[in-house]
Design a protein around this ligand. Structure first.
Ligand code: FE2
Length: 315
């Protein structure tokens, strides 16, 4: 098989210091649905067909613990495994049947050069159909990973997993594994951490409903609503109670492989208004900028004030 590649992003895994608080936020506030499982931690699904898009596990500090990517079939899993081995990538497990409690399927686990575990899998259990709910994300759109060595991460994702460059703005490399402009972006930082994760809504109406729900629950909007340059996607960003940055997004640019030409930092510094094509959104809030750099300020102690805010807004 020539140049095997992953076909989509499935899930992101986070360690959180308070599993119940994190689960409450990503279900009641963010709109995901808990998945019954005997696996440690809490799995949450979106309205689309993926078994789960977020796994939360209890840990001493907020931390990015891993991510999962789909392969189209078992043959591609084997081919990606062989390719990773040939590049000397650290492999945690050879292809095998994955635990049913995590959606099953066939896959293996490898590490990025920064030591982040990635699960590559095919044939996961289908879920019981799409949910027809407004203001509920239907899939994980992308994950942005900080690194002190973006060049190594870029080579790993492209050479080993088959990603392609969509655009670069100098600070971030936007890479794709399907028609979506990016399923991963690599951000220059002081070390490996989660910059942010994005959850896709079907349209702007649903994005506004979702964003309004989060605001009504007492959480301030930290960036947006706006439209990005690279990717052309509409965005709204919040800092969650654990300190992670989570984005709602929609209208992600669909790449035409035959005609797409990646643009560089010089292009993006002049081609569109920054940081929002509409000129609507200014810079992210200071706390969001810190969190995007991997400095997670735990907001759990402010829950009482959040409850007070909710009561005030609903009265
Ligand atoms: Fe994003």
């Amino acid at each position: 098989m020539q140049n095997p590649q992953v076909s989509s992003i499935r899930h992101v895994e986070l360690a959180v210091p308070d599993l119940k608080a994190a689960t409450d936020f990503y279900s009641v506030v963010w709109g995901l649905r808990p998945v019954a499982s005997d696996a440690p931690g809490q799995l949450l699904r979106a309205a689309g067909g993926e078994h789960h898009i977020l796994r939360l596990v209890e840990g001493p500090t907020a931390q990015l613990r891993g991510a999962g990517f789909a392969a189209p079939d078992a043959a591609t899993v084997h081919a990606l495994h062989a390719r990773a081995a040939s590049f000397g990538v650290k492999i945690r497990s050879a292809p095998h049947q994955l635990p049913a409690g995590l959606g099953g399927g066939f896959g293996f686990v490898l590490e990025t050069p920064d030591g982040l575990p990635l699960t590559i899998s095919s044939d996961m259990q289908p879920v019981a159909g799409n949910l027809e709910l407004s203001g509920v994300p239907h899939k994980l759109a992308h994950v942005v990973i900080n690194s002190a060595d973006v060049d190594s991460q870029f080579s790993f994702f492209c050479d080993t997993l088959g990603f392609k460059l969509s655009d670069s703005n100098g600070r971030l490399e936007f890479i794709r594994c399907n028609a979506d402009h990016h399923s991963v972006a690599l951000a220059r930082a002081t070390g490996m951490s989660l910059n942010h994760m994005a959850f896709e809504l079907p349209d702007i109406e649903n994005l506004m409903q979702a964003s309004g729900r989060v605001k009504l629950r007492g959480h301030e909007l930290d960036w947006g609503v706006g439209r990005h340059g690279p990717g052309n996607n509409v965005f709204s960003y919040f800092v969650d109670p654990m300190g992670f940055v989570a984005e709602f997004t929609t209208e992600v640019q669909q790449i035409d492989e035959a005609s797409h030409v990646p643009q560089d930092a010089e292009y993006w510094s002049t081609a569109v208004i920054r940081p929002c094509r509409w000129g609507m959104a200014m810079s992210p809030s200071p706390r969001a900028r810190k969190a995007m750099a991997g400095d997670y300020q735990n907001q759990l102690l402010t829950q009482a004030s959040c409850d007070e805010l909710i009561a005030r807004k609903l009265s």
